[in-house]
Design a protein around this ligand. Structure first.
Ligand code: UDP
Length: 335
């Protein structure tokens, strides 16, 4: 299959590109390198530097490479920034996304897999979270992802676009080549590992949540498991596949949570990192971060049932171990 991966130079995108490439697919990356890294793109995979939201660029890239399916990983993804600058998030994640859909529609590309987020659920009423629960985001980031999900839905209804929408929980870990290197980094595991490596103090945001040790619980999924799910999802958009295919002439997105179905508290993450790194990590308890739910755990049942996907690397030690090993390869520190 000839697949375009938007954001293929980013964290999730680059590991997924490795997986698709190894599986023998013809992969092309489109990335504007605003947060991605040129060196993350595996050898032999063409990198087009540009924006999926630019109509001329997307039309040219789809046509030149005779693309059959798009994996849309590119987005703005920082919650705090989305609250301070919603215009940027609507422009990139919504308006840019619609430009991508339009390029696909006019170019006759009818298959998409979209990276959405558990942030679409907002403050869920119960856990584990199933896909049919209400989507009431509490930040602009989640709202723009939800809006684009709906765009895909109506393009499927009217134009026969086949789609899989993945709602990611907390992605962690690394491949041998690629890992998480955001700037600024806001995520817990890379920050814990930075604290372990440099001897700086980590602030845990609150210890008065309704959990056994008082710190928030999150569902971590290994980025390599996530990458494998994308491969399975792209296959599920094959013309003729009933999982994404038309019913009564209309295509309906297959929406799946991607998580391990298990949770670890922030303190448990710190302890696991201490074991991996063999050092004591200095921590202090700070105030809660705005909008942090006590517990976020996915029901991963639908992805198992419909796609046949199950996490293979769901121990937190393995996730943190791989992230630590990748950190030691060096270039993640520079980002
Ligand atoms: N967290 C923390 N200190 C940090 C960064 C994160 O205590 O320096 C906590 C955060 O409040 C949440 C958990 O770690 O409870 C996971 O946060 P992250 O930003 O990694 O992912 P999120 O769940 O927000 O998507």
């Amino acid at each position: 299959m000839r697949v375009l991966v938007t954001g293929g130079a980013g964290y999730v995108g680059s590991v997924t590109v490795e997986t698709l490439h190894e599986a023998g697919h013809d992969v092309v990356v489109l990335d504007d390198l605003s947060t991605g890294h040129r060196q993350a793109v595996v050898e032999g995979v063409p990198l087009e530097v540009g924006s999926y939201g630019d109509p001329a660029t997307i039309s040219r890239v789809l046509a030149t490479h005779r693309i059959e399916a798009v994996l849309h990983c590119a987005a703005k993804s920082q919650v705090a920034e989305s609250m301070a600058d919603p215009a940027k998030y609507y422009r990139e994640n919504v308006a840019g996304g619609v430009a991508l859909l339009e390029g696909m529609r006019t170019g006759g590309v009818k298959r998409i897999v979209f990276s959405s987020t558990a942030a679409v659920y907002g403050m869920p009423e119960r856990t584990p979270i199933t896909e049919d629960m209400p989507t009431i985001p509490i930040n602009t980031y989640g709202e723009t992802k939800r809006t684009f999900e709906q765009g895909i839905r109506w393009y499927g209804h009217a134009y026969g676009l086949r789609s899989v929408i993945f709602r990611y929980f907390n992605v962690a870990g690394a491949s041998e080549r690629n890992g998480e290197a955001h700037d600024p980094e806001t995520h817990l595991i890379p920050k814990v590992l930075a604290a372990a490596a440099t001897g700086t103090e980590l602030t845990i945001f609150g210890d008065d949540f309704a959990t056994p040790d008082g710190t928030c619980i999150r569902d971590y999924i290994h980025v390599r498991d996530l990458a494998r799910a994308h491969l399975m999802a792209l296959e599920a958009t094959d013309p003729g596949d009933t999982r994404t295919g038309p019913r009564d002439g209309r295509c309906v997105p297959l929406v799946c949570n991607l998580g391990s179905g298990a949770g670890y508290s922030n303190r448990e993450v710190v302890r696991a990192a201490e074991q991996v790194a063999g050092v004591t990590i200095a921590t202090r308890i700070g105030p809660r971060r705005e909008g942090d739910p006590d517990i976020l755990i996915a029901s991963a049942a639908r992805a198992a049932e419909i796609l046949g996907w199950r996490p293979e690397h769901d121990s937190i030690a393995e996730m943190i171990g791989s992230a630590w090993a990748w950190r030691k390869t060096g270039w993640g520190d520079k980002a």
